[in-house]
Design a protein around this ligand. Structure first.
Ligand SMILES: [Zn+2]
Ligand SMILES: [Zn+2]
Length: 235
């Protein structure tokens, strides 16, 4: 992290033919493709828009086809480049109503309820540059269909933040879980939750969806024994 300026900030990894992961030094975003139309789930760091654009082009994806950017929650490593990408490519920014004011910069980010072992990790996370105030074009609620991926359902998963969401593509068995779940050492409960009890309840709700592909904010996508691993971690 000391030499982030010298390194590439963004790496693009194929998860399935219609799904790519954008890997940043801390955190990840995802690109879903319907024909040539693209949907981003989260948007990486402020300043990363140029590299995200280049990474997409490098994989034969046209960034001008980014139709929408879905924000899983209002943390800097997930929203940083959203506004710049949306402005460049005419995309819409969508986020849950309960995190919208934070994302717009109208309210401060609520501090997490840190466990002792999370403190050094959290301090490391502060190396991500602060996100600028970011517009939210559409405020989401539980059950909304976002109109991509042959059906993309918003699952409100409060706890990590009040407006944390997951996005479920039932037709493809894909679940974007945000930071409620992590996969850094197997499938685990995420870190830095504002309300840990609520986040646990949310994780159990996600496990009931029994996804076959699990995409999280921190850690590799899971594509093998996914539902079983998630259910075990949530239990
Ligand atoms: Zn987060
Ligand atoms: Zn995160």
């Amino acid at each position: 992290m000391d030499h982030v300026d010298d390194a590439r900030l963004v790496e693009l990894v194929e998860v399935t033919p219609r799904l790519h992961m954008l890997r940043l030094p801390i955190g990840q975003a995802y690109v879903w493709r319907d024909g040539t139309e693209l949907t981003l789930v989260d948007a990486g760091w402020v300043g990363a828009a140029g590299e995200i654009e280049a990474a997409l082009r490098g994989a034969g994806l046209d960034p001008a086809r980014i139709r929408r950017i879905v924000i899983t929650h209002g943390h800097r490593d997930h929203i940083g480049a959203a506004q710049e990408l949306a402005d460049r490519f005419g995309a819409e920014i969508l986020a849950h109503a309960a995190d919208a004011a934070v994302i717009r910069g109208e309210l401060p980010v609520a501090p997490p309820d840190l466990l002792d072992w999370e403190v050094p990790l959290f301090e490391h996370g502060l190396t991500v540059p602060d996100a600028p105030p970011t517009r939210v074009d559409r405020e989401l609620a539980d059950g909304d269909d976002l109109g991509f991926g042959d059906g993309a359902v918003v699952v409100h998963t409060p706890g990590h933040t009040p407006g944390s969401i997951a996005v479920h593509l039932p037709h493809h068995g894909v679940l974007f879980a945000g930071d409620t779940v992590a996969t850094v050492q197997g499938v685990t409960f995420g870190v830095f939750h504002i309300d840990r009890a609520l986040a646990r309840e949310s994780m159990r709700r996600l496990a009931e969806l029994r996804p076959s592909v699990l995409c999280v904010g921190h850690g590799e996508p899971v594509t093998l024994d996914t539902a079983e691993q998630l259910a075990k971690a949530a239990a």
